[in-house]
Design a protein around this ligand. Sequence first.
Ligand code: ZN
Length: 479
Amino acid sequence: MTTHTMRRPAIQLTITVFALLTAASATSQTPSSFSRSDLTAAQALLQRAQSDSTAYQLAESLTTEVGPRFSGTLGDRAAVAWAQEQMRRLGFENVHTQEVDVPQWVRGEAEFAVLEPWPQPMPSLALGGTVGTPNAGVEAEAVMVKDLAALQALPAGAVKGRIVFFNNPIERRRDWAEYSRAVSVRGGGPTAASALGAVGVVIRSLSTSSQRFPHTGGSRQPQDVPRIPALAISNPDADALQRQFASGRTVRLRIKSTARELPKQRSANVIGEIPGTDLAHEIVILGAHLDSWDVTVGAIDNAAGVGIVLTAAHLIQAQKLKPRRTLRVVLFANEENGSAGSRAYAAAQEQNLANHVLGIEADYGAGPVWQFSTRVNPADVGVIDQMYRVLRPLKMDRGTNEAPGNADLSPLVAKGMPILGPELDGTYYLDVHHTANDTMAQIDPAAIRQSAATFAVGVWLGAQYPGKWQRLPPKPPRP
Ligand SMILES: [Zn+2]
């Protein structure tokens, strides 16, 4: 999961448009429900999925046999080969790649230290896309602010020639509201500070952990603002730095980074299908990103998601079920530092977008799913209730019809594709997200099994729906 995910549409607008659509469709469409045999098959699928460990094994294989797979690296290339091999082994058809140009950003080494009032070094990681410093590093007086609004509220010239410390703690939550709120600091902080004349940025990691791991992550780097070096430090170090500021004395910091951008590299989206029968031209798309950050094997982000979507489609096949609509799994390239894979897929499918009738994406850890949210046309909410009744033994809440969705399917959602948006429990997700500590030790086999079961049942019934999945109004553009 990266910067530009998860903004909720203006609720009032959504309600108004939904109300209009509901009124229009009430006259033109009788409610549809699943056939008894499709529901029976869904229950059998759920039973099987509950004792199947394929998703966990896939995550284990990807993190062990490939490891870190930052886009544009050799690990990324190995991941693309791995994904095709697994799809073939699991019985997918039409397995192929879609080539994508991706940035080649190299982290290099980072150093961070407080110089005054009380000197000490702290572990740090550069934010993705940022530039390095001169060899001698950058030393400057520092200004502490909470977030972008606080930065903008400073008097003119307050950060000119200085290093800005964004100190914006987040709270532990099951949903991703806190991440959603705070991610603007990581994504937009360096640019905003640079525009005001700052020479460097350090941020408190988007983290709920008290361990001394800094969290990296993407940062927007528009062409029209000079790039400045930007690093993240861990929560306990941000606390310590905050205490130095609290002394009221001048705080001076030193940043050194050898991060740099090299020419673009090739990567690829990996695509495989379980072909449909009488509605084969309609696609139910399952998405997850294949890449990871460079500092991690990316178990929860996102080997877990890869395992979940591959397993969901595989189990339907393994049960000898023949979906009416085509199930298409897309493992996207470069989600973490650019989303080039997502954009390339949407561009290549531009003439075929209307045939993408339903989507589901896994990019928030290994689960379990705690509520079965969706973003479907209100005309179709009744069948979601039916789906939920099948899923209820997996112990989740019904959820809302305002699922935020994840990054890679967002271009399709923007064009009105409905989604199933099962919400995975993020209580501990932001303890390790984008850190060297994101390993298989963070995945609970029972949790990922429950998630894969949820996806399998949702996708099976989504493919069988006897009605027509109604599209949504285009999602308002992100601010
Ligand atoms: Zn992710």
